[in-house]
Design a protein around this ligand. Sequence first.
Ligand code: NAD
Ligand code: MG
Length: 384
Amino acid sequence: MEKRLSLLGATGSIGIQALDVAEKLHWPVTAMAAGSRVLPFEEQIRKFSPRVVAMADENAAADLKVRIADLPVKVTAGTEGLCEVASVANADMVLNSVMGVAGFLPTLAAVEAGHDVALANKETLVAGGAVVTDACQKHGVKLLPVDSEHSAIFQCLQGCPPHGKAKKLILTCSGGPFFGKTKADLEAVTLEQALAHPNWSMGLKITVDSATMMNKGLELIEAKWLFDMDPDDIDIIIHRESIVHSLVEYEDNSVIAQLGVPDMRIPIQYALTWPERVPSPVKPLSLAEAGKLTFFAPDHETFPAINLCREAIKRGGLYPAAVSGANEQAVALFAAGKLPFAAITPLVARILEHPWGAADSAEAVLQADRDSRQLLLELAGERV
Ligand code: NAD
Ligand code: MG
């Protein structure tokens, strides 16, 4: 069943775990891409011997080229380079774990090259869901979810009646580091506190998104596109232990859930080996050790980000792309110490006050992303 992989976002949290999975499966990695960190990427290239690599940052790519001049590897740069890695002919499958909307064009490039895509980069679907799903249909390509909740739903739908029979998708949400806090408590939150996720160790942006709960809103939109589900039929439930990864409610009110220890190597591996299952290095789940599983309704007053995203996807068109772009910009400002945590969601919400057009092309999606970032910067500037 061996598949040759192309991996984008190799140096990130998901990328590193994906390489661990590929190594244990003894699968070759024929192409790899990363953002700007040369040294860890060089180490990965020397270990996995891909034939084509790309770095988003042009200077980093130039530096890398010199450092690996002794290897038979083609080094490319920028979005074009990432797209070349995504569409490389000698790969059977692409895993996209780039952070942010930078993953959108590479996903499209992979789809247009006819490669199935294991998708961790949720911003691809949040910003450009219509464009990407249309391209998948046109090219007969599958999107395999890597995000743990979406992998869980995908697993719950296996072997069941066609998913038209699924009445509801229920996404679980850990609640993040600020579960139980009030709006007032969130006023003085620091970056360090926002990055202290209780159950998962992840990249910066998704960790901050988990703290604002924007991540769950983005996942709601991601689920709409992956499973062609009406957003009104997608529920969110807080589950502190991150053991039940999500659930599907069928027409007969039977609910099927997927459980496991919180380790991304399970959903990564399933996206790669589907429809087969193979042994995993992840430890088995001990329910006795877990003791109890708890569930709570989300606190939408303290964390309005879920409803903000629900509103964006209901309006459709470029609204989700605008929310995604503005949020990415707001998180970058927060990480740079230029915006308080509590301002992120209210500022992103103001993006909805503007008219956004139809999501009828990749260019339109990227333009909305750029415009919404600019608007967010202006709105953030007005605060001071
Ligand atoms: P990360 O920040 O740890 O890694 C991101 C990777 O993308 C790195 O390799 C980085 O070099 C690369 N990158 C960053 N900016 C880039 C750019 N402009 N162009 C090209 N490459 C760039 O992030 P992560 O936590 O691994 O998350 C990656 C994606 O997977 C995100 O979309 C996230 O929402 C999703 N995801 C992550 C997890 C998790 O557990 N980490 C779980 C579910 C979904
Ligand atoms: Mg998730």
